[in-house]
Design a protein around this ligand. Structure first.
Ligand SMILES: *Cc1c(COP(=O)(O)O)cnc(C)c1O
Length: 379
């Protein structure tokens, strides 16, 4: 099997699994317990905060554990606007993940105003439109750091500077970036940042929200005193330990690793373009995640291709995993003005450092062969 869907999820690193195991068995204690075993577990959680803080350039006490990227996005947005004295205003984009878009829709039903910024053809936010959308009462600007379908990397530092000048909070969904490309919350100057462990070699069902010290945001889950009362409930200790280990591993040679993946990515893209006429790349060529390819093959239905690739042992994606139904297969491709035919022909290939040169050749071969077969059936 050749796995090329790392934007959907990644394999849990065996080293991560090893780090987690004792926290199911001999170290099963509750971190809130005041005896030795509780202490050990508290230390493990503190270590995970340090490992994550090191990866993103924050302080350990700015890391809050959640059940994943979706919860972190929900918390950032709801925490920033619920209970404010005026009618809240959120600015986000049309290409966000459903975790942001559907939270915004729920908040609209509760009375918030939400502006969904359009993006340009390469998927980049139009900065002029952002400036025009800002109002004195805009509470929060939430723009994803990199898109999960087309891999476009947004100019977050520039967006944050503009939003801060207006006195608004800044959130970024960095689920596709943390552990994948180097990033630093101080350089980005964001107030809130979402991430998810299973997108960078950690376990599923655990993530974090970075909350900059000193900003005003509401708690998300009410209950005991865990996490300073901000997100109550007994911590997912094995998951947190696993996420910490994954952060530590991801931080090793991150720069070199992401350049290596980019080289593999460019090789694959060039081979596909050489062998398959009628290939178009969706999204920005330049401002792009190092592991992302999103291509359309003219006259080819992506789902038919995906099934054929699957039969050859190759896992790719057609649009976002959580997008449902065929009707509006991708809100992202729609937002960048991809026409209907190209939209139906779009597949996403997302690599990892586990992919090899040999796999790249094989994948390009099989894609060109399967595209030819689909086209042959039609013409
Ligand atoms: C995967 C993903 C999420 C959701 O994260 P989960 O941990 O699966 O809930 C949110 N945003 C983006 C950009 C993603 O890629």
């Amino acid at each position: 099997m050749i796995y090329l869907d790392n934007a959907a999820t990644t394999m849990t690193d065996p080293e991560v699994v090893r780090a987690m195991l004792p926290y199911f068995t001999e170290n099963f204690g509750n971190p809130s317990s005041l005896y030795g075993m509780g202490n050990d577990v508290r230390h493990a959680i503190a270590l995970a905060k340090e490992q994550i803080a090191r990866l993103i350039g924050s302080r350990p006490n700015e890391i809050y554990f959640t059940s994943g990227g979706t919860e972190s996005d929900n918390w950032a947005l709801m925490g920033a606007v619920l209970g404010v004295k005026h009618r809240p205003h959120i600015i986000t984009t049309q290409i966000e993940h459903q975790a942001v878009l559907n939270t915004c829709k729920a908040l609209e039903r509760m009375g918030c105003e939400v502006t969904y910024l359009p993006v340009m053809r390469d998927g980049l936010v139009d900065i002029d439109k952002l400036k025009k959308a800002l109002k004195p009462e805009t509470d929060i600007v939430s723009v994803m750091m990199a898109n999960n379908e087309i891999g476009t990397i947004e100019p977050i530092a520039q967006i944050a500077a503009i939003a801060h000048e207006n006195g608004s909070l800044v959130h970024t969904d960095a689920v596709q970036c943390v552990g994948n490309i180097p990033l630093d919350v101080r350089e980005l100057d964001v107030d809130l940042l979402s991430a998810s462990a299973h997108k960078f070699g950690g376990p599923k069902g655990v993530g974090f929200l970075y909350i900059r010290n000193g900003i005003d945001i509401r708690p998300y889950i009410y209950g005991g005193a865990q996490q300073g009362g901000m997100r109550a409930g007994t911590e997912n200790v094995p998951g947190i330990v696993g996420m910490g280990a994954a952060a530590e591993i991801a931080g090793r040679n991150l720069d070199m690793r992401s350049k290596h993946i980019e080289t593999l990515r460019d090789m694959l893209l060039n081979e596909i373009k050489d062998r398959v006429p009628g290939t178009t790349l969706n999204g920005s060529r330049k401002n792009r995640l190092p592991n992302n390819i999103n291509v359309s093959f003219s006259g080819v239905d992506a789902q038919a291709l995906q099934v054929r690739l699957d039969m050859q042992g190759i896992c790719v994606s057609t649009g976002a995993v959580s997008a449902s139904g065929n009707q509006d297969r991708s809100h992202v491709l729609k937002a960048i003005n991809v026409n209907e035919a190209r939209k139906n022909g779009a597949i996403r290939i997302s690599l990892s450092d586990k992919n090899t040169m040999g796999e790249i050749d094989r994948v390009a071969d099989i894609i060109s062969q399967q595209v030819d077969m689909i086209r042959g059936m039609q013409w």
